[in-house]
Ligand binder design. Structure first.
Ligand code: TYM
Length: 327
């Protein structure tokens, strides 16, 4: 039986955080492990260029994503873990899609509108971001795309673009992908209660040194309740982050602590820090070992790139045939 296809990417543009982990990485590891999917997990380094113009930062972010995924249990035997720019067919497919996508359609994209609203300069790469992302997804005929809710519109765009292409060339070729978003982690809050996001500087980093981790956890915004006050866990940022790490019984224990009173914010932060340090046990050593071994990271990416390129070459062969570019 042919397996369903999973495609998921992370932009190589900064420190990875628990929003990335709970929103997408954890699902990518679990679904890959299930054996039910052919998985393509990649580092969106072309996309990162829309904001990043710094050689060292790009390679640092790339290594960090590989090392983090390996530390979180992604098994390279069961997945193609690769760098987008190692499969330049993504840009070729995006170039073709650009001819079935209109300017007003791209002007409705959230990222474009946000930049416009802030009067920020929009480069063509950013404007065309959704088209390249559609190419990333459709290249592998994805069935599901595990992401956080901030990427929902992008997956909708990929679905639309599959339809635009199929209709333009009168084929039934590209499959319509679906976003895979888990309700409880669709938007993981940051230390200020807003969506955790690299660009907002409100993140709890996955694998940075303990000092950095501690600084982030201690920086979680709290209100003026006293230690004795009873606290509503659902409105509490510390709780809303901490619960993501817990099973049902640990979760109800934690809720009780908040609800009963006598649980200070200092204690709540110390407990969260301890939970995160426990979560990192075993993983952080794998991460550190890889981060200090760039040759190994390159080897992993080379192997993944070859697997991805095989499928991408097949897709582009079909596309060239359908469009007449094969002449
Ligand atoms: P990026 O790099 O911003 O984020 C990577 C993944 O992490 C998820 N995420 C979150 N989920 C829940 N709560 C949060 N606070 C949170 N912050 C980040 C994102 O939703 C994403 O799933 N455009 C993409 C990268 C990309 C891609 C693709 C993804 C390029 N091509 C093809 C899937 C398929 C991005 O910038 O994600």
């Amino acid at each position: 039986m042919t397996k369903k296809v999973l495609v998921s990417g992370i932009q190589a543009s900064g420190r990875l955080h628990f929003g990335n982990y709970f929103g997408a990485m954890k699902q990518n590891v679990a679904l890959t492990e299930s054996g039910e999917y052919e998985s393509f997990v990649f580092i969106a380094d072309y996309h990162a260029l829309t904001t990043l113009k710094d050689r060292d930062s790009l390679s640092k972010a790339t290594s960090e994503i590989v090392a983090s995924y390996m530390a979180c249990g992604l098994d390279t035997k069961k997945v193609a873990l690769f760098k987008q720019s190692d499969v330049p067919q993504h840009t070729e497919l995006a170039t073709i899609f650009n001819n079935v996508v209109t300017v007003p359609y791209l002007m409705r994209a959230h990222a474009f509108k946000d930049h416009e609203a802030k009067n920020k300069e929009v480069n063509v790469g950013l404007f065309d971001y959704p088209v390249l992302m559609a190419a990333d997804i459709l290249m592998y005929q994805a069935d599901i795309v595990p992401v956080g809710s901030d990427q929902k519109q992008h997956v909708e765009y990929a679905r639309d673009i599959a339809g635009f292409y199929n209709r333009a060339w009168g084929v039934d070729y590209f499959k319509l992908p679906k976003e895979y978003i888990l309700k409880d982690v669709a938007t993981v809050p940051g230390i200020d209660g807003q969506k955790m996001s690299k660009s907002k500087g409100n993140v709890i980093p996955l694998f940075e040194d303990e000092e950095e981790l501690k600084k982030a956890v201690m920086g979680i915004v709290t209100d003026s309740s006293t230690p004795d006050d009873k606290k509503n866990p659902d409105e509490n940022i510390i709780y809303n982050i901490h619960k993501l790490f817990l099973d049902d019984s640990q979760n109800s224990e934690l809720r009780n602590k908040f609800e009963n009173g006598g649980y200070s914010y200092k204690e709540a932060k110390d407990d969260l820090l301890k939970t995160i340090i426990d979560w990192r046990k075993g993983k952080k050593d794998i991460y550190d070992g890889l981060i200090n071994n760039p040759e190994k990271i390159k080897e992993i990416l080379k192997e993944g790139g070859e697997k991805a390129k095989k499928k991408a070459t097949e897709t582009m062969h079909d596309v060239r045939l359908q469009t007449g570019l094969d002449f």
